[in-house]
Design a protein around this ligand. Structure first.
Ligand SMILES: [Zn+2]
Length: 210
C-alpha cells in the first residue's frame, strides 16, 4: 500500500513489516516513517511520555542531554535566548541550560502548550529526542525554523538510521511513539528544503544553522 511521506510528501512504499511494526521508506528524503494506523492514541502517547525519567539529579539523564549542552556552549554565548522544544513533563534540559547562564523558554505540545513561546525568535532551539516523535515533520520543522533568528542554531538529538544497521533488530524502532526515523540523507534534505545555511551531524547530535 502507498503512503505519503509526512516530511516531503512523496509517495513511499513498505520498508519493514513484522507483527508489531510497519514502516515506510521515502524514496526522496529517505525518511523512514511509521504507518499512521499504528500511531498511539493521544492518551497512550501521554502515558508513554510520563514514564520517561527526567530527574535533575539523575546522572543517567544528565549524560543523555550532555551532548546537547556541549553544543550549546560551543556555539552560543552565555546569556543567549533559547527554546527547549518538546521539553516533556519536566523541563530538565532547560534547567541545566539556565544553570549555564542561558535564558530559556519551553514548549511542549502535550505538557507546556504555550503558543506564545513559538511566536518569538530565538538564538537557539534545543530538541532532545523529540524529532522522532513528529507526526507532521514538515509542519514541525517549518515552525521551528520560523522561531529561529537568522544564523540561529537548531540543535537536535536523535538516533539516525544507517544503512549498515539491521532495522529488524534495531531497538529504536520498537518504541511505539517513534514515528519518524531520519537518515543522514534526510537531514541534508531538510537543510536544502528549508534553505538553511549549514548542517552538521556529530554522532547523535544534529546542528542546523539558519
Ligand atoms: Zn520524504
Amino acid at each position: 500500500m502507498k503512503h505519503q511521506c509526512p516530511l516531503c510528501l512523496s509517495v513511499a512504499d513498505t520498508f519493514f513489516r513484522d507483527t508489531k511494526h510497519h514502516f515506510l521508506l521515502c524514496p526522496k528524503c529517505q525518511g523512514i516513517f511509521r504507518d499512521l494506523n499504528q500511531f498511539l492514541s493521544p492518551t497512550d502517547e501521554k502515558k508513554r511520555y510520563l514514564t520517561h525519567r527526567s530527574d535533575m539529579e539523575d546522572k543517567g539523564y544528565y549524560n543523555f542531554v550532555l551532548p546537547i549542552i556541549d553544543q550549546v556552549k560551543l556555539h552560543i554565548s552565555k546569556g543567549g535566548q533559547g527554546l527547549d522544544f518538546g521539553c516533556g513533563h519536566f523541563p530538565v534540559l532547560s534547567n541545566y541550560l539556565e544553570r549555564e547562564g542561558y535564558q530559556m523558554s519551553v514548549f511542549d505540545p502535550i505538557f507546556y502548550k504555550d503558543d506564545s513561546a513559538m511566536n518569538s525568535q530565538y538564538e537557539f532551539i534545543v530538541c532532545c529526542e523529540v524529532m522522532e516523535h513528529f507526526f507532521q515533520p514538515s509542519q514541525e520543522f517549518q515552525a521551528l525554523f520560523k522561531s529561529l533568528r537568522p544564523q540561529g542554531k537548531l540543535i537536535c538529538k536523535t538516533h539516525l538510521f544507517e544503512k549498515e544497521m539491521s532495522f529488524d533488530t534495531w531497538y529504536y524502532k520498537n518504541d511505539p511513539s517513534h514515528v519518524f526515523i531520519y537518515q543522514a540523507e534526510t537531514v541534508h534534505w531538510i537543510k536544502n528544503n528549508y534553505l538553511l545555511k549549514d548542517v552538521k551531524i556529530n554522532d547523535r547530535v544534529i546542528i542546523f544553522t539558519k
